[in-house]
Design a protein around this ligand. Sequence first.
Ligand SMILES: [Zn+2]
Ligand SMILES: [Zn+2]
Length: 288
Amino acid sequence: MLPSPHPCPLQSRAARWEGRLYLFFVTLLTLLTSLTAVYTLYHPPPRHPPLPTYHVPLQLSLVFLSLLSFFCCHFTHPGPPSLWSDLRPDLPHPLYPSQPPPAPRYCLPCSAPKPARVHHCRTCNACILRFDHHCVWLATCIGQRNLKFFLLFLLYTTLAATHATYVLLCFMRAIHQPHVHHFSTPRDVLAGAVAAPISLAVSVCAAFGVSCQLAWSMWLAARNETTLEHLVRTTENRADADRGGKELLVYDRGLVSNLMHALGGNPLLWLLPVYGGREGSLKGRWGD
Ligand SMILES: [Zn+2]
Ligand SMILES: [Zn+2]
């Protein structure tokens, strides 16, 4: 992770507090669900065989990686346009030499040129490289620098929520067996009748919703396209598509290169929430 100032330095005080509220809410829900699942693993219903012990470290590892990716994504600058400032607007893009030079663009709020793939976020009031969208849950933009952390957050949250769903379903099914009298103490009532059903509902919703977002984001990353670019392209190309025209993916350089662009140059580090360092190689190529 690159140490950097907060990605939204120009946000209003109210927007910053709103962002912190979402961060707190996501963290609380994640911890509540996972710790309830772990609690049920340590306190199986009477006369019911417990699940294998490896479920505890598995759940804790997944939730740790999910929260680590979550905070890495929030605290990493999504991508200052200065990374691309060496680009000469009259020459083709160094990464995509077959494409014609982009038309010069200028951002009025920032009073600065906008190189290729840079867009202005109105929430953050800043230009972001490879701007995908502004995520309210993470209280930051998703851009070139924190895209990998965003994808890993989606991946590990999906895995953690799916695993918690399995554990909690086993627990709920066990305590509702006719011969089991599990609600003998206030703690059992709290765990079995309150925390477990709420956590199960949260984990089912998270597993479904986050996995859909993961599939969508990975599909875009495999094509080296952002959500914004996809919306613009599909809108502009709708007339061509209606006439049977071929889809034009401007930045597509093949699956492996596209994933390296998003996740970093070393595939061995793709699943770890460490910075991929792609802009270093990008910057070097500006000077070629
Ligand atoms: Zn701007
Ligand atoms: Zn933003």
